[in-house]
Design a protein around this ligand. Sequence first.
Ligand SMILES: Cc1cc2nc3c(=O)[nH]c(=O)nc-3n(C[C@H](O)[C@H](O)[C@H](O)COP(=O)(O)O)c2cc1C
Length: 158
Amino acid sequence: MFDEYGIPRGAELNEVPLPALYHFVYCSRAADGVDDAEVGRIVKAAQLHNLAHGITGVLVFGSGVFFQWIEGPAAQIHKLIARLHGDSRHYDVVSLSQSEEERERLYPDWEMEKVEAEDIRMVLTDALESAEDKSNISALKRILKQLDSGPLDSLGRS
Ligand SMILES: Cc1cc2nc3c(=O)[nH]c(=O)nc-3n(C[C@H](O)[C@H](O)[C@H](O)COP(=O)(O)O)c2cc1C
């Protein structure tokens, strides 16, 4: 039943169950006066907070629009979503995708990485190429399709 290492026979080593991971993807419009320096402060503070709470992701800022992918434990992500909604440095927060799945992180090494708007397609395409699980693949495809349907700065407009 078990081999000499105590591993059940027939079990693949890579079949270790994955943790439940919540992701939230949104876009929003930057409030007046929010410039690159302010975004730099947001990212610095986010990196400290996210590291302490098991959150990773990317933040894109360009043409006055934010696009952010955050992933981590559901309870921590829900708390962050509430804080994001109350943050006056942006408005018109539009949720693009959110759910909880057992899967690997898309951005395991980034506590919060700022990505230039023109590089977002590349970041998402790279993530799509290395993504193995179906829900990641379909969420990324949906977002890339949304990017194709107009410039990033049209995402938040109704
Ligand atoms: C576009 C944008 C992205 C943000 N991303 C994060 C983030 O990833 N992590 C984080 O802790 N705070 C982030 N913040 C800041 C939070 O909204 C909030 O100000 C911060 O968590 C401190 O909350 P508190 O003042 O209630 O303690 C972001 C703010 C903006 C405007």
